[in-house]
Ligand binder design. Structure first.
Ligand SMILES: *Cc1c(COP(=O)(O)O)cnc(C)c1O
Length: 396
């Protein structure tokens, strides 16, 4: 169990990141728990075996290593967190959370700006199981009420939107959803529990691709689902019955990453805002999609509901030939071109939401690039981007 802090000590998130899930006395005084590679748990007597009398039952059902991370994440999520499931990837966390709340014949509402593989899961597995998905405009707040059907079981939100960074009015959506006896699922990977307190804003199941900022070093695949008391029994049963568990080494690395999440995110935030502002002044850039910027249409909601921004945002370039956009990307040396994000390194990808949107139209007016701003020196990153723009201009 997590060390209790006592009512006289309402610890701040930065402190909880350091103290959560730690139990040195059970680990011979060592600061960190050992990595238990484990399947079988041996019982001392036949009587104990028959009665399942043991703190741990079986590797799949939890070890001291997995418990330490569950407790640390629960501590970070806050008082309303009733339980945490650890999963082998972020997408497994998304699919498990959805499977926990739906049955054949149900209908769900999913934001049109959701992470694309979440969409694919709904359109394939959920469809095959007889669950209908309707995509909705992420900018709908309380007006989402008109999209509910008598069999609507859940609303899936993600803010800001994957790649396109629209903000969603999650408290307004949650109020409507709960009035209709449905549950709110959120992909909270961008902000993490540090910058968005999902349960306080009405979310019932909060998902993290732990691959991203919790891991933080581009070396694990990992995911979590945290649930409030209303959703935890369903999540616990579904997760357990499906036989899901994360590997012990990845769990350990996630726990290790969590300890430094606060300082890493602070730097990602600062450098990303600096570079987003700089990009906004470049003549080649039409628009910057970052809710932390005062000029962003989602800024007011971000200010109201979030306590920070991470290192991921997009830009829209002014119309330029494809070869010039490629020249920009190919000239960069500090920005790797690759999927995923949340590690210490900077990344860039070219994307196009128009390929898959169904509820909204995506026509931003130019090529769109998503940046992850890593922990490099911000001046070095800007020098690299200047080289990229020089290449873009000479190829135009
Ligand atoms: C990466 C990502 C996921 C999936 O995580 P994996 O660990 O890659 O499966 C889910 N949601 C969002 C928003 C992501 O960026």
């Amino acid at each position: 169990m997590a060390k209790k802090t006592g009512p006289h000590l309402p610890l701040k998130p930065a402190t909880r990141l350091v103290t959560g899930g730690r139990d040195s006395q059970s680990n011979h005084g060592f600061v960190n728990p050992p990595v238990y590679h484990a399947s079988t748990v041996l019982y001392p007597t036949a009587e104990d075996q028959v009665a399942h009398r043991s703190r741990y039952q079986y590797g799949r059902r939890g070890t001291p290593t997995s418990e330490a991370l569950e407790n640390a994440i629960a501590d970070l999520e806050g008082q309303s967190c009733a339980g945490v499931a650890l999963l082998p990837s972020g997408l497994a966390a998304v699919s498990t959370a959805l499977l926990a709340v739906i049955s054949a014949g149900d209908h769900i509402l999913v934001s049109d700006s959701v992470y694309r593989p979440t969409r694919t899961f709904c359109d394939s597995v959920l469809k095959r199981l007889g669950v209908e998905t309707s995509y909705y405009d992420p900018l709908l707040g309380a007006d989402i009420a008109k999209l509910f059907k008598p069999n609507t079981r859940a609303v899936f939100v993600e803010a800001p939107g994957s790649q396109s960074f629209e903000m969603q009015d999650i408290p307004a959506i949650a109020e409507v959803t709960h009035a209709k006896n449905a549950l709110v699922l959120m992909d909270n990977t961008w902000a993490t529990p540090l910058y968005f307190r999902a349960f306080d804003k009405g979310v019932d199941l909060s998902i993290q691709a732990g691959t991203k900022y919790i891991g933080g070093h581009s070396d694990i695949m990992f995911g979590t689902v945290s649930a409030n008391a209303a959703a935890w029994p369903q999540l616990k049963a579904t997760f357990g019955n499906m036989g899901l568990c994360a590997g012990p080494d990845d769990i350990y690395l996630a726990l290790r990453g969590l300890r430094t999440l606060g300082v890493r995110l602070a730097r990602h935030q600062e450098s990303a805002l600096h570079i987003a502002r700089w990009l906004g002044k470049r003549p080649e850039v039409l628009r910057v999609l970052h809710p932390g910027l005062e000029s962003d249409p989602g800024h007011a909601i971000w200010r109201r509901d979030f306590s920070g921004a991470s290192g991921l945002f997009s830009i829209v370039l002014k119309p330029a030939p494809e070869r010039a956009v490629y020249a920009f990307m190919n000239a960069l040396t500090l920005f790797g071109m690759g999927f995923s994000w949340g590690g210490f390194e900077s990344l860039v990808i070219l994307f196009d939401c128009a390929e898959y949107r169904t509820a909204t139209k995506w026509s931003p007016g130019g090529a769109t690039l998503r940046f992850h701003i890593g922990l490099e020196d911000v001046g070095d990153l800007i020098t690299d981007l200047e080289t990229g723009f020089a290449a873009l201009n000479s190829a135009t």
